[in-house]
Design a protein around this ligand. Structure first.
Ligand SMILES: Cc1ncc(C[n+]2csc(CCOP(=O)(O)OP(=O)(O)O)c2C)c(N)n1
Ligand SMILES: [Mg+2]
Length: 822
């Protein structure tokens, strides 16, 4: 809590009641005649046409999935198709008033939303802009296909482009919006403000909050709509996203233009079911989903249930809510009631609902109902509506033929270039700043109290007389990270940082001390204890074009952000066809002293995930240089820091940690001590016990050890390690991670393959035990200690004369421990 806000016990201890206001439920009641003044005939026609286009598109996919045929054309689509037949009015109503600056995020069932938003954008944009967008997108590949033989205006051509881009994506074709790498559940097209749809239920729940933060922090126009299903209300990321989006501080602490609520609508496309679980009545207790808003903030999130079977009701709601957001009164929660007439997927036998129920909703079908209203009101003739349906059928057939033709719409050629997907895993950019502009700061850098105090620190661990500097005088590892971070804050106007206790407190481990004085709230703020949303919002912020540092206080809490770290952060660059960049640095502090749930090194888990860069510096010089590189890049970086060594001074780079800017390239291991007889490769803080081991080996056994600090896990250049092994013929690999399944094992296996001919003994892994981490007083039995190295070397590599083994590294013991699973 900031000191500026005093919490008065007299106030907060007063007896009172919380009173809830009314949440409107299906309150829209205008007739189409009454709406006549708000919509032209063209507008009404467009609403009808857009719904019909979505219906036909989804019907085509349904037929393909169930009969392998559409209008006489055979096709097999083995991939997913979660259809939204029945939900068209809610999609079209949602998108109707949104422009391209308004971003939508979605779910596995978002074809309808993509098309509705795209059609809405096409309706609003000038033709020359439309043409520029289409011709610039992946060198105009999709445009060339739809343009061939096309007769008509650019707006109509754009509709072809939209349908073709979306369908090609669903069918995994290279002309798809995301080169076929996203597919049905992930397709998106940012030039029309269509942001990622997410196959993880509720996945957009926190990512969209990050997008709204991006708009707010960088003062961008437009709003963000998070389209998610009703069953996602049971998902952690959605709740965390809602809490993150409704923090008081936006209204109480953020200043000037930044003051006020987020421009965000959580739009629950409430079709009343998950897959087969009925939300209202079975898997949730809210009765009416909109009720949830009541508990979140005093504004009750301006929650409302809207009849999503009536496009005009949804349009009306979005218009009103957009106005609220413009007044900075967001975020908003909408419960858009709809019904999925189609199955969850085409293989769904609908065993969980009655035929009568489906028929009852079919009777009220929004397209039929809206059509009748248009005819009754004299706005359209039945023949005209019929013609729209006929024309749409022809259009979808035409697009379908193009998208399934292997010559016209091939897939990525992985024969010609087997590495083409690999090349899209990272953007590998180098950008001083993600946008031009002057970063907002509170004081000049030179006036920063911490910067001033760092001027007097010893930047090497010994002073000029060669005496070890006292802790108080020492430039520490945490200072190295701080210097890189603050430097970037003064360079990149988009850079923002958040996490638990990041402001005022200065970060739990004092890395950020000095930042609070330097930065306004919108650039550095305390988050709720929501590790999922801390990372999820960073993802949304990054994919919209901002750079961000998010912090996970203890590595053990990474589990709480599992989906974000394992499924979202690493995947969106490649799933976008490499259009999206993800300049997101996640700082993760690896603990010690606090036992089993605060001391785990999970660097191996993150290194296993394709699409993440993983860094683990062990010295102040490396920490600063690697953080600079992380913050110059455009890729997601998991930046591990060990609490064991936050205090440590620079012991290797003799000229000390430079005051100025420098980068250390990712992937380059560093030889910290040269030697000829044995290589020790370390990750993270284990460098220091390894250095002690090298001393002992030299002094006691006349073995000269070369110590290499990996510094980065992903990427990693094996050359220097192989060169070392060529010289020494022996290698030990060590880190604080539990050894089973660790990255050390992966490295050991790779080294075996690459350097088999040079090895005199197998690579030996010295990792932590496969246990819970015990109390600090017993940690020495868990984490690798110098004598463990000696025992392992003695037993597995080369006998050390006179050495008595204390820890059993024998083959029998290894087999036994594996057998026992410990
Ligand atoms: C995290 C996660 N759990 C489960 C699933 C499997 N699944 C896919 S869709 C779905 C139901 C989602 O229901 P809802 O959020 O209401 O969206 P709807 O399908 O109704 O549009 C489930 C359980 C998933 N994709 N992701
Ligand atoms: Mg649902």
């Amino acid at each position: 809590m900031p000191k500026s806000q005093n919490i008065n016990p007299e106030e907060v201890r007063k007896p009172t009641f919380i009173e809830f206001g009314k949440i409107p439920v299906n309150q829209y009641n205008k007739s189409i005649q009454e709406e006549r003044k708000n919509f032209s005939t063209e507008d009404f026609t467009r609403i009808y046409r857009d719904m019909v286009i979505i219906r036909e598109f989804e019907t085509m996919l349904n037929l393909i999935k169930t009969t392998n045929e559409y209008n006489g054309i055979a096709y097999n689509h083995p991939g997913p198709a979660h259809l939204s037949i029945g939900q068209e009015a809610s999609a079209v109503g949602m998108a109707y008033n949104l422009g391209i600056d308004d971003y939508i995020f979605g779910s596995h069932r978002s074809h309808g939303e993509i098309l509705a938003k795209g059609l809405s954008a096409i309706d609003k944009l000038d033709e020359d802009i439309l043409y520029t967008i289409m011709s610039g997108y992946f060198s105009g590949g999709a445009l060339k296909v739809v343009e061939k033989g096309f007769e008509g205006n650019i707006r109509d051509l754009s509709v072809h482009f939209l349908l073709y881009g979306a369908l090609s994506e669903i069918f995994a074709r290279e002309n798809g919006f995301n080169k076929g790498l996203g597919g049905s559940m992930h397709a998106f097209f940012t030039p029309f403000g269509i942001y990622p749809n997410n196959a993880i239920v509720g996945g957009s729940g926190d990512i969209s909050v990050g997008a709204a933060l991006f708009k707010k922090i960088n003062r961008k126009p437009g709003i963000v709509v998070c389209n998610i299903g009703d069953a996602s209300m049971g998902c952690g990321p959605v709740w965390e996203g809602i809490i993150f989006a409704t923090m008081d501080q936006y209204k109480t602490l953020w200043k000037g233009a930044y003051k006020g609520g987020l421009p965000l609508i959580f739009n629950f496309m409430n079709n009343l079911y998950g897959m087969g679980g009925q939300t209202m009545g079975e898997t949730m207790g809210y009765d009416i989903l909109a009720r949830v808003g009541a508990g979140v903030n005093p504004e009750m999130m301006h929650a409302e249930r809207v009849d999503g079977y009536n496009p005009l009701a949804v349009i009306d709601a979005f218009k009103r809510k957009k106005a609220l957001l413009a007044e900075k009164k967001g975020p908003v929660l909408l419960d858009t009631l709809t019904y999925r007439i189609s199955g969850h997927s085409p293989s769904d036998a609908s065993s969980y609902r009655s035929k009568e129920e489906i028929e009852a909703w079919q009777k009220e079908d929004s397209i039929i109902t809206f059509g009748i209203e248009l005819v009754t009101a004299g706005i359209k003739k039945e023949e005209e509506l019929d013609e729209i349906r006929q024309e749409t059928g022809k259009l979808i057939t035409h697009i379908f033929k193009l998208a399934v033709n292997d010559d016209i719409s091939p897939r990525l050629d992985l024969v010609k270039d087997p590495d083409s997907i690999g090349k899209m895993m990272f953007s590998n950019g180098s950008e001083d700043r993600m946008e031009e502009g002057t970063p907002e700061v509170l004081i000049p850098l030179k006036d920063n109290p911490r910067i001033k105090s760092l001027k007097n620190k010893e930047r090497f661990f010994k002073d000029k007389e060669g005496k070890p500097a006292s802790k108080a005088k020492l430039f520490q590892l945490r200072d190295g990270i701080f210097e890189a971070v603050i430097d970037r804050f003064y360079k990149d106007p988009t850079l923002a940082a958040w996490g638990e206790e990041n402001r005022d407190w200065g970060g739990a481990f004092a890395v950020y001390r000095g930042l609070t004085e330097a930065l306004p709230y919108q650039r550095l703020f305390n988050s709720p204890i929501s590790e999922g949303a801390i990372v999820g919002t960073a993802i949304g912020y990054g994919m919209c074009g901002g750079r961000v540092i998010a912090e996970i206080m203890y590595c053990d809490f990474l589990g709480r952000s599992g989906d974000e770290v394992f499924n979202q952060l690493p995947k969106w660059q490649a799933m976008s066809g490499n259009l999206i960049r993800m300049p997101v640095v996640i700082r993760v502090s690896v603990g010690s002293k606090y036992g089993a749930q605060h001391s785990q090194d999970w660097s191996s888990l993150t290194a296993h995930i394709p699409g993440l860069k993983v860094v683990f510096p062990a010295t102040p010089y490396d920490a600063k240089g690697l953080m600079n590189t992380a913050l110059q890049g455009t890729d997601p970086v998991i930046f591990f820091e060990s609490q064991r060594i936050y205090d440590i001074g620079e012991m290797f780079h003799e000229s000390g940690v430079p005051e100025g800017y420098y980068e250390i390239p990712f992937g380059e291991p560093d030889i910290k001590r040269e030697g000829d007889d044995l290589t020790i490769l370390t990750i993270g803080a284990t460098l220091y016990p390894a250095m002690k081991v090298a001393d002992t080996l030299q002094q006691t056994y006349s073995i000269s050890a070369e110590v290499i600090d990996a510094r980065t896990l992903v990427p990693f250049n094996y050359h220097p390690v192989i060169e070392s092994v060529k010289k020494t013929g022996r290698i030990v690999l060590a880190s604080d991670a539990s050894s089973r399944g660790s990255f050390l094992k992966d490295m050991a296996q790779t080294i075996t393959e690459l350097a088999f001919d040079y090895l005199d003994a197998p690579p030996v892994v010295v990792g932590s035990r496969n246990w819970i981490i015990p109390a600090y007083e017993m940690e020495e039995y868990f984490f690798p200690q110098p004598d463990w190295f000696l025992d392992a070397i003695h037993e597995k590599i080369v006998p050390l004369k006179g050495h008595t083994v204390k820890h059993d590294f024998s083959a029998e013991k290894t087999i036994l421990l594996n057998k026992e699973g410990v």
